[in-house]
Design a protein around this ligand. Structure first.
Ligand code: NDP
Ligand code: MG
Length: 381
């Protein structure tokens, strides 16, 4: 089990819940990072006494350096600072809870420094998939999924013999707009999109849940983690978010992982694996819930899921392009510059029109495709 962690994205939804788990189990925290929320980062640093904190925004970093001048905590800044946190010598595991493809380089840095990864940052696997897997193999480290569906699949797979898996069944809450059709989604607001029925999460992933892009990203993530193809991954809408995902085995036995919707279970399992320990999460009372429901996803209204599947089948840089287009489009939507339905349109357009300059999946090619796709989407506002 993990004894010492570095948390990248400590001030976000996953970061804060990771600190809850660390507090409960006495896991040492040797580095913490944020983009610019230095108020919270300072509080966290004073409670957990890491040797290093890093802030991506250089101006905010300088302010935090002054605020922490009475401590012996080093304050690093910029992208370099985040990379330094990803290779903190004392940490055996790096929790990557950064949002977006900004998490890719820190993931690679952590792997190359020989750290195990507790990975919430799904965009790392979507954009960098095969490259990240190759580096994990080369460096002999382990990746533990934090995303609840993938943690569920990982938990279900414990004790399954190799070759027994037939299908991964990812459950989806359906997000804020489940059951609505395109006409009804034309004028939905940012506030409505940010109202998730079951989970309290960062803004970007909450919008991704509303568009079903989140499930599309998760299909790609599952394919990278469990070495399954698009047609071996089913998506099932399950509004209650009690079954976090399932696997179907060769004999058609289905194994599911259940629990109340609380990210601290998958976060904790990623840190305590293979142990099972008491958790701060309440017990699941199925008699209180009484009914669990299941639906097919509406892929005509929520187009992002099918686009991600297409990007997965196309392989190479296509998943990185789908991800980049979505990150830029969600940013525009959150800034009130485009309507909700335009997010899906922009992601589809980016994937449909992308022509890779070279077939090789290098880091440079991924970052270039990411940059060009974002720039192209941002001009569409
Ligand atoms: P939040 O937006 O709540 O937090 C993001 C964190 O990353 C913050 O600490 C933020 O700092 C930091 N950050 C943002 N941009 C950058 C950047 N460019 N460079 C460095 N740090 C940055 O996100 P969530 O916690 O919701 O999600 C984090 C990741 O986990 C995402 O990939 C998401 O898809 C995944 N995930 C989240 C779940 C959830 O329940 N929230 C569930 C499953 C997966 P600051 O606070 O200063 O802005
Ligand atoms: Mg998830």
């Amino acid at each position: 089990m993990t004894k010492n962690i570095a948390i990248l994205g400590a001030t976000g939804s996953i970061g804060v819940q990771t600190l809850d788990v660390a507090r409960m189990h006495g896991i040492r925290v040797s580095a913490l990072t944020a983009h610019r929320n230095i108020r919270l980062l300072e509080q966290q640093a004073r409670e957990f006494h890491p040797s290093l904190v890093a802030v991506a925004d250089p101006t905010a970093a300088r302010q935090l350096r002054i605020a922490l001048a009475d401590t012996d905590i080093t304050v690093a800044e910029g992208e370099e600072g985040i990379l330094q946190a990803a290779e903190t010598p004392e940490a055996d595991t790096v929790v990557n809870a950064i949002v977006g493809v900004a998490g890719l380089l820190p993931t690679l840095q952590a792997i190359r420094a020989g750290k195990n990864l507790a990975l919430a940052n799904k965009e790392t696997l979507v954009a960098g998939g095969e490259l990240v897997n190759a580096e994990i193999e080369r460096c002999g480290v382990r990746l533990y999924p934090v995303d609840s569906e993938h943690s569920a699949v990982f938990q279900c797979l414990q004790g399954c013999p190799p070759g027994a898996l037939k299908k991964v069944i990812l459950t989806a809450s359906g997000g804020s707009f489940f059951g609505k059709k395109r006409e009804e989604l034309q004028h939905v607001t940012v506030e409505q999109a940010l109202t998730h029925p079951n989970w309290s999460m960062g803004a970007k992933i909450t919008v991704d849940s509303a568009t079903l892009m989140n499930k599309g990203l998760e299909v790609i993530e599952a394919s990278r983690l469990f070495h399954v193809s698009d047609d071996e991954i089913d998506v099932l809408v399950h509004r209650e978010s009690i079954i976090h995902s399932m696997i179907q085995l060769k004999d058609h036995s289905v194994i599911a992982q259940l629990g109340v919707p609380d990210m601290r279970i998958p976060i904790q399992y990623a840190l305590t694996y293979p142990e099972r320990m008491a958790s701060p999460v309440r017990e699941l009372d199925l008699s209180e819930i009484a009914t669990l429901t299941f639906d097919r996803p509406d892929t005509e209204t929520f187009t992002c899921l099918a686009v991600c599947r297409k990007a997965l089948r196309s392989g190479g840089l296509y998943p990185a392009v789908a991800n980049a287009a979505n990150e830029a489009a969600v940013q525009l939507f959150l800034e009130g510059k485009i309507p909700f339905l335009k997010i899906g349109d922009l992601v589809s357009h980016a994937v449909e029109t992308f022509r890779p300059a070279s077939p090789s999946l290098t880091l440079e090619a991924i970052l270039q495709a990411d940059k060009e796709t974002r720039a192209s989407v941002l001009t569409k506002a």
